[in-house]
Design a protein around this ligand. Structure first.
Ligand code: PDD
Length: 284
């Protein structure tokens, strides 16, 4: 049985137990991170730990560990799984307490970390692109917190799956915010547009990488949201996330996006992204 990390101990997953009174279970009162690992090296670890700190601060949960301690725990777990390509999942909840919406005093956060084998992105997603549907963004206004309360995201993602699509693109007040499990981009006349950081989106770490790669490649990227009515007229649409990387959307609501094939700007960014991953493998 695979080992996981729970509250200071590395133990078999089926022996790891959390109280039913844990506020993560009762209220979804917790935050999380998902970190890709290439050949045993965490990709953009610093950025992920910074975002974890930010989610904890916004949720008023004290970070139980220093950055150094997080690194030690994560590396130990990676090595228990013999390195390779993995996906780390970190969850920190407010801890165990009698049920009360008001925060408990003197409760220790619950810390859980697991590592799973990374699922390879299906070749067809990159070759042909994925399909998406647009849906009303039904989430709250603090999406910058990477909260474990993901029922709205799960409902939206399932709605996409039921429609035969891989992702739901979310529309708030007439503008594209992000995907149900990813950030979103549109390319219009060679310029990349993505929604700016705010409570309407999760500031993705892959998004950060895309912004820096575009800048290095001299491709103009503007952090501005795209209006819903323009989505039928863009040249390219993409999603990005730590687990699925940068993916071209070639059908939106059953209609071709641009030429209906992965576009040239995506191809350039994807090539640069693969290069950044390869560098991580080599020098970690
Ligand atoms: N989710 N926006 C939302 C709503 C997300 O759920 C995710 C990723 C992202 C992209 O963030 P990043 O590039 O840091 O992975 C944006 C992860 C993978 C998940 O919930 O499993």
């Amino acid at each position: 049985m695979t080992d996981v990390f729970l509250n200071g101990k590395f133990i078999a997953a089926d022996e790891a137990k959390v109280s039913v009174l844990d506020r993560g279970f009762v209220f979804g009162d917790g935050v999380y991170e998902v970190i890709p690992v290439y050949d045993g090296h965490c990709f953009k670890l610093k950025s992920h730990l910074e975002r974890l700190q930010n989610s904890l601060d916004e949720s008023r949960i004290v970070n139980p560990y220093s950055e150094k301690h997080w690194e030690t725990v994560l590396n130990k777990l990676i090595n228990l799984h013999l390195g390779g390509d993995q996906v780390l999942y970190i969850q920190v909840t407010r801890g165990v307490a009698a049920r009360d919406h008001v925060f408990p005093e003197n409760t220790n956060p619950t810390v859980f970390v697991m590592s799973n084998l990374m699922q390879v992105v299906p070749v067809k997603y990159k070759k042909n692109g994925i399909s998406a549907i647009s849906l009303k963004d039904s989430r709250w206004q603090r999406c910058n917190i990477k909260s474990t309360s993901l029922l709205p995201n799960c409902l939206l993602k399932q709605q996409a799956k039921d429609a035969g699509a891989e992702e739901a693109l979310l529309i708030s007040d007439g503008y594209l915010t992000e995907g149900s499990t990813s950030n979103a981009y549109a390319v219009i006349d060679g310029v990349i547009y993505t929604a700016p950081k705010s409570g309407k989106i999760l500031a993705g770490i892959t998004r950060e990488v895309v912004i820096s790669l575009a800048s290095k490649a001299g491709i103009r990227l503007i952090e501005e949201p795209v209006a819903e009515f323009k989505l039928t007229d863009v040249d390219e649409l993409w999603t990005s996330s730590s687990t699925k990387e940068v993916l071209p959307i070639t059908r939106l609501n059953g209609v071709k996006v641009g030429e209906g094939i992965p576009g040239p700007v995506w191809q350039k960014i994807d090539a640069l992204y693969q290069h950044a991953k390869a560098e991580e493998r080599n020098d970690g």
